[in-house]
Design a protein around this ligand. Structure first.
Ligand code: ZN
Length: 242
């Protein structure tokens, strides 16, 4: 099986389409949350992922888009963008986002999907080996896949302690029977200094997990954001991937 792992598309349809076209034919699409928020095409992104049969967990922006009070925890730009997002998704989509699971385990695989972390699925940032190690008891599968930080990353367990493994746009790793926490990076708003859309591919036949980047039309998304009246800072950061 060939599985593409996406996260944090954030209403950026051009980035999502670029990834889906670069990755070609896959057996499954897993999405680690935050399809909406920040970007100009929340409805179209949700429709595209649902239409493609993506398996999905709820991120903090999906949660707020679904109507949760967690919108109060957003920073000022995120708050404005979320208010805009709420006004630009339909009722079935709102309901769908609100009802997404916090954690899910795709059938027949030793994998747990979460947005932030298995212990605090909606909000925790898995951004250090210490946080990763503390989360080991909270999942019972070999792998836990997380997003939320918008930074591609891997942690591999040695005697129950997680160690960070550096990841670039060309990294391919095999984990054998070692437990690991993996982050595909963000499709729609990368924050690791590379503006290209980030994603991960799992090949269950070869055992390899690989990280990739796809070029997309950043200006088209920025123009759509300006036309929608979304905060300039959110559009600007797409050019630098920060
Ligand atoms: Zn996000």
């Amino acid at each position: 099986m060939r599985i593409v792992v996406l996260s944090d598309v954030h209403g950026n349809l051009a980035a999502l389409e670029a990834v889906l076209s670069a990755v070609g034919s896959v057996d499954a699409i897993w999405h680690l949350g935050d399809a909406v928020g920040y970007g100009p095409q929340p409805q179209a992104v949700v429709d595209r992922l649902r239409g493609a049969g993506a398996i999905w967990v709820r991120g903090n922006h999906d949660d707020a888009g679904g109507g949760s009070k967690s919108i109060e925890l957003f920073n000022p730009d995120g708050y404005l963008a979320m208010q805009w997002t709420r006004a630009h998704i339909d009722e079935p989509t709102r309901k769908y986002l609100a009802e997404l699971p916090e954690l899910t385990k795709p059938e027949g695989m030793s994998v747990t999907l979460a947005h932030g972390s298995p212990s605090n699925p909606i909000w925790e940032y898995m951004n250090s080996a210490a946080v990763a190690s503390r989360n080991v008891p909270y999942f019972d599968t070999q792998f836990c896949l997380v997003g939320h930080t918008h930074v591609a990353m891997a942690f591999r367990a040695t005697r129950g302690v997680m160690q960070m493994v550096p990841v670039t746009s060309r990294t391919r790793l095999r984990f054998g029977d070692k437990r690991a926490i993996l982050n595909p990076g963000s499709v729609g708003q990368p924050r690791d200094g590379d503006a290209r859309a980030s994603y991960m591919v799992i090949d269950t036949d070869s055992g390899y997990v690989s990280w990739h980047r796809a070029e997309y039309d950043i200006e088209a998304t920025q123009t759509a954001m300006a036309e929608a009246g979304l905060p300039h800072s959110l559009a600007r950061r797409l050019s630098v991937g920060r």
